[in-house]
Design a protein around this ligand. Structure first.
Ligand SMILES: Cc1cc2nc3c(=O)[nH]c(=O)nc-3n(C[C@H](O)[C@H](O)[C@H](O)COP(=O)(O)OP(=O)(O)OC[C@H]3O[C@@H](n4cnc5c(N)ncnc54)[C@H](O)[C@@H]3O)c2cc1C
Ligand SMILES: NC(=O)c1ccc[n+]([C@@H]2O[C@H](COP(=O)([O-])OP(=O)(O)OC[C@H]3O[C@@H](n4cnc5c(N)ncnc54)[C@H](OP(=O)(O)O)[C@@H]3O)[C@@H](O)[C@H]2O)c1
Ligand SMILES: *[C@@H]1O[C@H](CO)[C@@H](O)[C@H](O)[C@H]1NC(C)=O
Ligand SMILES: *[C@@H]1O[C@H](CO)[C@@H](O)[C@H](O)[C@H]1NC(C)=O
Ligand SMILES: *[C@@H]1O[C@H](CO)[C@@H](O)[C@H](O)[C@H]1NC(C)=O
Ligand SMILES: *[C@@H]1O[C@H](CO)[C@@H](O)[C@H](O)[C@H]1NC(C)=O
Ligand SMILES: *[C@@H]1O[C@H](CO)[C@@H](O)[C@H](O)[C@H]1NC(C)=O
Ligand SMILES: *[C@@H]1O[C@H](CO)[C@@H](O)[C@H](O)[C@H]1NC(C)=O
Length: 563
């Protein structure tokens, strides 16, 4: 009896002691000003881009009660996987400024405005105007995925049970479209008429100083029989999610190249414009580049061409995807060194066959019928003109008036790990691998904007900023420790905030999937790429011991965050 009373008394003493924290102390612990307050509250949200990411963000935000608008410049949902035989408009040689890389924003003074284009108006055909507007996807007819179905799928959406690991691009297209339909976001879904706006390019996104609303300036093109109609208008939003990836083709600025590409545009082009191998039948083709597009196009054209060569820069390639690409090159492709310059154009030139190509090893070669630049992409996002600063190079972070989001077309800047633009978190960007965590990240944005998940104040967000493109442990593609660390942080954050404010708990990627992935990666990517333990590696290690700070630039395992 006595003992129990003593225990009870001790227990009561402990409880009351912990309850007797001075008021100021408790205020400091749970102090509101550590956190950001969305005032006015976020109600209307724009999602820019209806790829696998944007579809998930629009669907989650709508279901969480926001008034959502989803814009895509393409005529339907799917993003990269809205693939077709329509050939994208020719890449610019040389690259345009990053700021207008993917298009030059078109915002008339008087809004709204309607105009019907005539064939050949301003020297532009209707067909070219249409393709320039929506920028068809880079995906070619025979492309297959370099990721397996079980980690290239959207929630509640299935692939046929017996589908092969290397997914035909058309299977991914159908998969993403069926997700869009299931969520009522497809181009012909009646219930989405007030949500989706396809063939609608965001031209300019602007928030005036001291203002609370974002204004999106929009342009939609539509065919009316043989006529092409353009409509321009503006809409206002409390918050915006950008789910646009690399939107512009990149070509190297090799001396002499631009004049040849302009003179013979059908013979010199970017991998984005490659569609079918039959077109290259009987030709001698040169591919420039050493990555996935280069090796996969080489494999596709191998049986059709009479000869083919590849120009690869001479340096070590440290990522598994780079090594895999080199291994996948057809063994009978001719390797040539990096190109130093292209010769001048003879006045009587009739094609690039007469083009002298000067190699870095001082040899000159010629005789190619077509040259394909598989030299990658940049992120241009011209609608974010207010947040571009191209004078900033590499990873430098100078004093600035406006914290830039885009500098050289590579990694995005000034973003917190949650994807929010640090100076104004009503603007957010997709983070993580869209197939794996897109829905969870969308949920995080929804809860943050509803006040059901906390976001640190601006000073704390800058304190936690790891530099352009994230850094340190939050690097890497699927199955890397970095990716797993980020996913873990995202899931744990969602669940701890749900514990405090309510909301359903989220579950990690299924444990069975880990074993399957290790097996897949071993065979399809590279032996020893990852181990099952890499997925659980952080489980017994507190975040404070994950390590952070500078990434080791000498051994950068950089994988595009798209992946
Ligand atoms: C050739 C190629 C092959 C790939 N293969 C694989 C693969 O095998 N496996 C894999 O996992 N990933 C692959 N990827 C990566 C691919 O990007 C992702 O699979 C996925 O599509 C990313 O989805 P997203 O929604 O983030 O972006 P995206 O799919 O790129 O969608 C972005 C959307 O934004 C729209 N948009 C852009 N600018 C504007 C604007 N101003 N206004 C309105 N809309 C705009 C675009 O039209 C597009 O529809 C590949 C990428 C490329 C380029
Ligand atoms: N599923 C598929 O089959 C498939 C197909 C295509 C693309 N993709 C995906 O799409 C994304 C983009 O791939 P990508 O291959 O188009 O682009 P990328 O991975 O960015 O590669 C660009 C290549 O261009 C080369 N390059 C740049 N400038 C050059 C120059 N001056 N001379 C010679 N080479 C130069 C680079 O060479 P260095 O190596 O020397 O830097 C690099 O090899 C990736 O995520 C990829 O996985 C997937
Ligand atoms: C779309 O919005 C209009 C105008 O507010 C409304 O009348 C209509 O019912 C809405 N349609 C749907 C499908 O929600
Ligand atoms: C290269 O080899 C492949 C496989 O043997 C063959 O199908 C193709 O015709 C060859 N291409 C050229 C250009 O030699
Ligand atoms: C330079 O490269 C070309 C193409 O591969 C090759 O034919 C030539 O022999 C090389 N020249 C030298 C000097 O190595
Ligand atoms: C162009 O002119 C040069 C000499 O001036 C000649 O050698 C070459 O064969 C000509 N090319 C064509 C395609 O006529
Ligand atoms: C752009 O960056 C430069 C430094 O490279 C800086 O001086 C300038 O102020 C920046 N512009 C804006 C608008 O912030
Ligand atoms: C998996 O973990 C091992 C051990 O830490 C590491 O060496 C390897 O790079 C990791 N693999 C990936 C893909 O991150």
């Amino acid at each position: 009896m006595t003992l129990r009373l003593v225990v009870l008394a001790l227990w009561l003493a402990t409880v009351s002691a912990s309850a007797q924290v001075p008021l100021s102390e408790s205020l400091r612990d749970d102090s509101e000003d550590q956190y950001h307050h969305f005032d006015p509250p976020v109600r209307r949200v724009a999602v820019i881009g209806a790829g696998p990411a944007g579809l998930q963000y629009a669907s989650v935000l709508r279901d969480e009660g926001f008034n959502v608008r989803l814009f895509d410049r393409a005529p339907g949902p799917g993003g990269n996987w809205f693939s077709s035989r329509v050939v994208p408009i020719k890449a610019s040689f040389p690259d345009r400024d990053v700021k207008t890389g993917s298009y030059t924003p078109d915002v008339p003074k008087d809004l709204p405005r309607v105009h019907e284009y005539k064939e050949g108006e301003d020297g532009v055909s209707l067909d070219a105007r249409w393709r320039d507007h929506w920028n068809p996807s880079p995906v070619w007819e025979h492309l297959t995925s370099n990721s397996a179905p079980f980690f290239t799928s959207l929630p509640e959406t299935k692939y046929p049970a017996d589908i092969e690991w290397a997914l035909p691009q058309s299977a991914i297209r159908r998969h993403v479209r069926s997700y869009a339909s299931a969520k009522g976001l497809n181009s012909n879904d009646e219930e989405s008429v007030n949500i989706t706006s396809y063939s609608t390019r965001v031209e300019y996104l602007h928030k005036a100083a001291g203002n609370d609303v974002w204004t999106a300036y929009l342009r939609r093109l539509s065919w009316h029989g043989p006529r092409l109609r353009a409509e321009w208008w503006a809409e206002e939003f409390d918050a915006v999610v950008v789910t646009v990836g690399y939107d512009s083709s990149h070509v190297p600025n090799i001396p002499g190249l631009a004049s040849w590409a302009q003179r013979f545009p059908d013979q010199v082009y970017h991998s984005r414009e490659y569609r079918v191998p039959e077109k290259l039948g009987g030709k001698n083709v040169l591919i420039i580049g050493a990555s996935v597009s280069a090796s996969e196009i080489a494999r596709d054209i191998a049986p059709h061409v009479t000869a083919f060569s590849i120009s690869i820069r001479d340096h070590e390639r440290n990522t598994y995807m780079q090594r895999r690409s080199l291994r996948r090159l057809p063994p009978n492709i001719t390797h040539i060194p990096e190109i130093a310059s292209f010769g001048s154009i003879p006045v009587n030139a009739t094609g690039i066959q007469e083009l002298n190509i000067n190699l870095l090893n001082k040899t000159t070669i010629r005789g190619f019928d077509e040259i394909i630049f598989a030299t990658g992409f940049v992120r241009s996002l011209p609608f974010l003109a207010d947040y571009h600063n191209s004078t900033i190079k590499g990873r430098e972070e100078p004093e600035v008036k406006v914290h830039p989001i885009i500098t050289d077309g590579g990694s995005l800047r000034s973003l917190y790990w949650t994807g929010h633009y640090i100076p104004d978190p009503t603007l957010a960007f997709k983070i993580g691998r869209v197939w794996t965590v897109g829905t969870y990240h969308a949920l995080l944005l929804a809860r943050t904007w509803k006040g059901k998940a906390r976001l640190p104040n601006e000073r704390l967000r800058w304190d936690g900023y790891e530099g352009p493109g994230g850094a340190s442990v939050f690097d890497g593609g699927f199955g890397t420790l970095g990716e797993e660390a980020r996913n873990r942080k995202l899931l744990v954050h969602l669940s701890t905030e749900a514990l405090k404010f309510g909301g359903r708990l989220v579950t990690p990627w299924p444990i069975e999937g880990r074993e399957q992935f290790v097996y897949y990666a071993e065979h399809a990517w590279e032996a020893g790429y990852t181990r099952s333990e890499n997925f659980t590696r952080w489980e017994n290690v507190p975040e404070s011991e994950w390590g952070s700070g500078k990434r080791d630039e000498s051994n950068v395992q950089w994988i595009p965050e798209e992946w």
